[in-house]
Design a protein around this ligand. Sequence first.
Ligand SMILES: CC(C)(COP(=O)(O)OP(=O)(O)OC[C@H]1O[C@@H](n2cnc3c(N)ncnc32)[C@H](O)[C@@H]1OP(=O)(O)O)[C@@H](O)C(=O)NCCC(=O)NCCS
Length: 166
Amino acid sequence: MTTDLSLVLMPQTPADQAAIDKLDERTFGPGRFARSAYRLREGREPDFTLSFVARVGTLLVGANRMTRIACGPIEALLLGPLTVEPAFRSGGIGEALVLKSLEAAKEAGHELVLLVGDEPYYTRMGFRKVPMGHLTFIGPVDPDRLLYCELREGALERARGRVGRL
Ligand SMILES: CC(C)(COP(=O)(O)OP(=O)(O)OC[C@H]1O[C@@H](n2cnc3c(N)ncnc32)[C@H](O)[C@@H]1OP(=O)(O)O)[C@@H](O)C(=O)NCCC(=O)NCCS
């Protein structure tokens, strides 16, 4: 018998949510509910066409969510949480999930993606710090961790203002 254990990325479905929640719980703990980014996503389904899971065989080893948000006068996407199962880290799965979501978002005509995370990790995927004062987030957020990636030139300039729920 042969077993194919290569990595595959596939769009998320509602059936994946329980496994993703468990992975997030193990990674971020109960403190995740108090985060400002969580408040933006609270009660909202991710955009399943832009959110992906990574699987090795049938095992879910990573996931990334994209949620539609309002960003000043335009619609944008909030990326995250991005989580990879500890035993599978440092193999490029995190980067592959982010790039897959960005590619799908661009293809679907979206122009701007925001996230709250570590700039040293996300720089190589095209994210930069939002200039101080350019956007007002829904709750407290470390300005050094509020990052953006333009899928269309000039999108950040058009997005000036308040970040909130759609
Ligand atoms: C961050 C995370 C998703 C990266 O997944 P991954 O599959 O290991 O990512 P990649 O393989 O694409 O990149 C790994 C590299 O990024 C580096 N890296 C990971 N997290 C980093 C961070 N916060 N800041 C800077 N570099 C980081 C790793 O050290 C690794 O470097 P190496 O290749 O020299 O070992 C994973 O470590 C994780 O789930 N962490 C806990 C949850 C989290 O912090 N999520 C991001 C915030 S939403």
